[in-house]
Design a protein around this ligand. Sequence first.
Ligand code: E4P
Length: 235
Amino acid sequence: MNDLNIKIYSDGADVDEMILADKQNTVDGFTTNPTLMARAGVTDYLGFAKEVLSHVKEKSISFEVFSDDINEMYDQAMTLKDLGDNVYVKIPVTNTKQEYTYDLVNKLSNESVKLNVTALFTQTHIDEVFKALNNKVPSIISIFAGRIANAGIDPEPTMLYASNLVKEYPNIETLWASSREVFNIFQAERCGTDIITLPPNLLSAMKDIGTDLDDFSLDTVKMFFKDSVAAGFKI
Ligand code: E4P
C-alpha cells in the first residue's frame, strides 16, 4: 500500500467513523452525499456538516448540493463553501431533468469555489466539466467507475482518459467513485487516478491486502465450518 500514489478518501456519513479516521490519519480525505447522509439518519444537513467540520479541519471534505434548481444549487454551494477552507462543494453533473450543470460549474469555479463535480459517467461529461472548470482553482472530477462497471462496461478506459486530460493541471484531480471492491484501488492506481473514495466496509477490507491466498482459503473454510457448527446444520 505504501508504494501507491493514490489518495484514499472515506465515503460515508457516520460522524464517529469520520472523526476517528481523521484522528488516526487512516484516510486522506472525505466524501459524502445526500443518500449516504439520509441513510445514516441525518436530518439536519448543515448541523451535520458543521459537526464534522468542527473535527475535520484540514483534510479535504466534500458536501453536496441537493437542490434540483440550478439557481438554488448556486446558493447552496455558496453556503457550503463558507463552512470551511477544506470544503469542496459537490455539484452533480446534471439535475433530475437532465439539465447539465456545466454553466454553473463554470460560474462557481471562476468565483474560486472549490468544486467536486460528481456523478460523471461518460467521456462527454469529463470533457464538458474539464472545459467548465477554472484550472487555477482546486477541483475534483468524480467519475462513478463502480456504477459504470455495474453497467457491464470496463471503467478503466474512461478513468485513463480523465487522467490524461488533467495531467498538465495539478489543481484538477480525478476521483474513482462508487467503489465496489478493494481491487478498485489498484485499478485506479494503474489508471493514474488521483483519489479513490471507499465506503467503510472497503476501508476495513483493506486489511486483507497482501494476504497469502492459501491462508485466505483456509480462513474462508474455517468460517464455513464455524458457521455450520453454530447453526447446528445436519444432513
Ligand atoms: C462519491 O463521492 C460518492 O459519494 C460515492 O462514491 C457514490 O457511490 P455509490 O455508487 O455507492 O452510490
